[in-house]
Design a protein around this ligand. Structure first.
Ligand SMILES: NC(=O)c1ccc[n+]([C@@H]2O[C@H](COP(=O)([O-])OP(=O)(O)OC[C@H]3O[C@@H](n4cnc5c(N)ncnc54)[C@H](OP(=O)(O)O)[C@@H]3O)[C@@H](O)[C@H]2O)c1
Length: 328
């Protein structure tokens, strides 16, 4: 009997520090109906990967996430972003064909820390433009899609003031570029060692959150994107213009209750930004990356076998933009 084919994949032995991650031989997946088998060329270390690995999640998400991800350890291979080549497709797949180079987001299916992954064709995946490097493509889907959602929901007009809290990470670096291109005057908030990079992306003002509260500078903003959800919500609301908008990728029940009250009592608004599975949004992102108008900020690259070291660096708080993992 021929042995079933295997592949290298990163498994986590528990929830915890980066040391729980290690490379293993596991069965190579085969696509079921509606699925695509992708040979992964590169992936990334996203905030979501680190949050699931360490299980530092918001309390109201604890139980549903444990039930979804695994009670004692993550059942699935981590890794949310990927670029690779379609190797095979399951019955009923119409959008993709073997040999096509694609990039995108595996979303809640994760699975990109492996030589191969099978994903439903419904996840945000698009053809990767030929001039887009694997590094640029692997680092873009998550931060880029949320930043595009921020752009359309913030409704930025030229000359408006925009603050981005947590600007130096994956989402923030794309949001700074898009806000700037929309004509905003951008205040970028993150640690001082990320300020030079943020200025190079177009930030007009940079603020170190360890030294100063950006909401207490006597300035008002037409939009505040709190990427990390760590700014005080009440202070952010007070720092908004009368029609200003607070945007967050981290909605909590208490924040949404306060948003409901705000909507009833003022013209200020709260919007949740998230990664959409609309193919057109990823195509828009691909076009902006291919034309060079938008750039993935890449700090470091690690091979898949050094995944624990890559996660250690992500946890260090020194990451500028994104960390890419090369697989092929
Ligand atoms: N809604 C959705 O669909 C969705 C999808 C994906 C992710 N998310 C959430 O979005 C969040 C951020 O994602 P990301 O990929 O941009 O993360 P990221 O790459 O880790 O970037 C976050 C940035 O914020 C900085 N930071 C940390 N504490 C801060 C504080 N108190 N004030 C200001 N900045 C601070 C970080 O600095 P250090 O590196 O020094 O810590 C880092 O530069 C995560 O919480 C994630 O769960 C939501």
């Amino acid at each position: 009997m021929t042995p079933s084919p295997t592949m290298k994949a990163v498994l986590a032995s528990a929830y915890g520090s980066p040391d729980v991650l290690a490379l293993h031989d596991v069965p190579k997946p085969t696509p079921k109906p509606g699925e695509i088998l992708i040979r992964v060329s590169a992936t990334s270390v996203s905030a979501g990967d680190c949050e699931i690995r360490s299980f530092k999640v918001l309390p109201f998400l604890w139980l549903p996430l444990r039930l979804w991800m695994g009670l004692r350890r993550p059942r699935m291979v981590l890794g949310q972003e990927l670029v690779g080549v379609v190797e095979a497709v399951g019955d009923g797949v119409t959008r993709f064909a073997p040999g096509q180079r694609v990039f995108g987001l595996s979303d809640t299916y994760f699975g990109s820390y492996a030589e191969y992954t099978c994903l439903p064709q419904t996840v945000p995946l698009a053809a990767a433009p030929a001039n887009l490097t694997d590094d640029q493509a692997a680092a873009a889907p998550l931060g880029g899609l949320i930043a595009l959602d921020f752009l359309r929901k913030a409704g930025i007009q030229p000359g408006q003031r925009v603050a981005i809290n947590g600007a130096g990470g994956s989402m923030g670096t794309f949001a700074v570029q898009l806000a700037k291109q929309a004509g905003a005057v951008v205040t970028a908030i993150d640690t001082a060692d990320k300020h030079e990079m943020l200025r190079s992306l177009g930030a007009d003002t940079v603020v170190d959150f360890r030294r100063e509260d950006f909401t207490q500078r006597g300035q008002t903003f037409d939009a505040i994107l709190d990427v990390v959800g760590k700014a005080d919500f009440g202070r952010c609301v007070r720092a908004l213009t009368p029609n200003g908008r607070y945007l967050t990728p981290n909605p909590t029940p208490s924040l949404m209750a306060r948003a409901w009250w705000l909507h009833r009592t003022s013209q200020k608004r709260v919007s949740v930004v998230f990664t959409h599975d609309e193919a057109t949004l990823l195509d828009d992102l691909a076009a902006r990356l291919a034309s060079g108008s938008l750039q993935s900020v890449i700090d470091r690259r690690y091979p898949l076998e050094h995944i624990a070291e890559a996660h250690r660096y992500a946890d260090s708080g020194r990451k500028l933009g994104n960390i890419v993992i090369t697989v092929a």
